[in-house]
Design a protein around this ligand. Structure first.
Ligand SMILES: CSCCC(=O)/C(O)=C/O
Ligand SMILES: [Fe+2]
Length: 179
């Protein structure tokens, strides 16, 4: 079951550590950021969500040191996932094995990150336009299903003034401010 809390923002400590500030958030509070959480005991439940939301494609990523040629490539991939970014589409991820952290920006206190620790069975839906990042936990392994509406696509737009000005970002901010 996912655990959601405010990140302690201590950048001197490895980002795969828990960084739990001690302030926990409920799933309702997470939903106010536009992030939907579901527990799916089986992949059949994921199939239902995919069907409802018209997702026709998927792939599996297995992220651990052994999936990369060397440690440098592994670290580069982690650094890429950890760069604050947004997507123009929803991001749906389902944890099959291992654990990971999805950090999303808190709309009301934008300097804060809300950390979601996922484990097997956890499915997260991040809305288009939300700034976020991903990392492994200190367990250094996650196997996850990534759902795509059509062809597999992973286009990250790193945080910048240009990204702030995108319609998808403006739509997200105005939707969140209505809560
Ligand atoms: C556990 S899925 C790998 C990370 C990813 O796909 C993503 O989009 C991060 O933002
Ligand atoms: Fe992403």
């Amino acid at each position: 079951m996912v655990k959601v809390y405010v990140h302690d923002n201590k950048s001197s400590i490895d980002y795969r550590e828990s960084h739990n500030s001690g302030t926990e958030l409920s799933l309702d509070e997470l939903a106010k950021l536009g992030v939907i959480y579901k527990y799916c005991a089986t992949e059949a439940e994921v199939d239902e969500i995919a069907k409802e939301r018209q997702y026709r494609n998927r792939d599996v990523v297995d992220i651990h040191q052994g999936s990369f040629k060397n440690e440098t490539d592994f670290n580069e991939k982690l650094a890429m996932f950890y760069k604050e970014h947004l997507h123009e589409d929803e991001e749906i991820r389902y944890c099959l094995e291992g654990t990971g952290y999805f950090d999303v920006r808190d709309a009301s206190t934008p300097e804060n990150w809300v950390r979601c620790r996922v484990e097997p069975g956890d499915l997260l839906i991040l809305p288009p336009g939300i700034y976020h990042r991903f990392t492994l936990t200190s367990g250094n392994h996650i196997k996850a299903l990534r759902l795509f509406k059509d062809e597999p696509k992973w286009q990250a737009i790193n945080r910048s003034t240009q990204a702030d000005a995108l319609p998808v970002r403006k739509d997200y901010v105005s939707r969140i401010n209505q809560y």
